[in-house]
Design a protein. Sequence first.
Length: 134
Amino acid sequence: MNNNSGQEWTLDEDNKLMEQVLSGLSYEQIALDHGRSYLSVSNRVYINIKRMIDDNNSREFLCAKYHVKPEDYDNFLERQKKKYENKRKKKSQPQQQPQQPQLAINQDQYQEMINLLREIRDLLQIRRNKKTKQ
């Protein structure tokens, strides 16, 4: 058994999953076969049902065909909607700048660091100038 936990589902895996559900295998058996968790299998069934809904395949028809309770499917959709909304809220909130660590140094140490940084800057500038002249 492969451990596919965290891996994306392939088209072949999706097809096999839905065939196994149709054949009456339990989600536990399917999870073992695919190297996935029970929750991953059940969520993937719901996702596949959602993708199959169209003018010829209603929610009710697909839920019955794949042995899914419509209320379980609806609960999944509601969880997905909340998850999406939470992600959207996080993206719309301004990112807080990480706090700079507070260093316990005195004024003399600070000034020495500034002077060293200036020296480094000057040395780098000299090096760049030499390279551009060559």
